[in-house]
Ligand binder design. Structure first.
Ligand code: G4P
Length: 191
């Protein structure tokens, strides 16, 4: 998505530790119109795939998951990372290792929101090491639902997870794939 690449070049900054900061439009502050453009682009890619649910993990994937859900006219569900009092007892869970925080946490989705007969599209803002996506795939499998694919805003191609998932036969659509980045700039993979 050329508009996303342009936005990253204009507003993104590369921080030490291979972190691309996009807080001005995707993470902390949301550019509302642009988030909706991302949602419409994801919907265009999965039009005709008969998706019944969008699935993401809290927190920063939620905005584009909702935008895609609006454009596809399906509900968006997010996996919770923290146990909460109003979480039903009946949940599907999966472990996720976070490289950023160097710890494994459990994600959980209430069984009532995903099940057999669902065709689920995973949506997330970043695909880095792929652990969040793998955890979400685990939940979809436990629920007996089908995976339509993974729609990602920004894939960090140099971390390899997107290509590993593709090699496993999983459909992964990333609107921008960063092949390399440093303080002097960002280079995208031609798609
Ligand atoms: P993975 O899910 O692909 O395995 O990612 P990893 O453990 O490497 O990253 C952990 C968190 O950091 C994820 O968010 C991921 O979206 C985010 N992240 C990874 N690389 C970047 C980056 O270059 N820039 C930004 N802005 N974020 C990055 P999270 O911890 O699940 O938290 P949340 O922000 O969604 O709440």
């Amino acid at each position: 998505m050329k508009a996303l690449e342009d936005k990253i070049l204009k507003e993104g900054t590369v921080l030490p530790g291979n972190v691309l900061k996009v807080g001005s439009f995707l993470n902390q502050q949301m550019d509302s119109d642009f988030i909706m453009d991302i949602g419409r682009e994801i919907a265009r890619l999965y039009e005709g795939e008969r998706v019944t649910r969008i699935l993401t993990v809290e927190s920063s994937g939620i905005a584009i998951a909702v935008a895609a859900g609006i454009a596809l006219h399906v509900p968006s569900v997010f996996a919770k990372k923290h146990k909460s009092a109003n979480m039903p007892k009946e949940v599907y869970t999966a472990p996720v290792y976070s490289y950023t925080h160097k710890e494994t946490y459990e994600i959980a989705v209430a069984k009532e929101y995903i099940g057999k007969g669902d065709k689920v599209l995973i949506v997330d803002d970043f695909l880095a090491n792929g652990n969040a996506v793998r955890g979400l795939i685990g939940i979809i499998e436990k629920a007996g639902a089908d995976l339509a694919g993974c729609a990602i805003a920004i894939e960090k191609g140099f971390q390899g997870a997107g290509d590993e998932l593709r090699a496993q036969g999983i459909r992964v659509d990333s609107l921008a794939i960063v092949d390399s980045m440093d303080e002097s700039g960002v280079i995208f993979r031609a798609q």
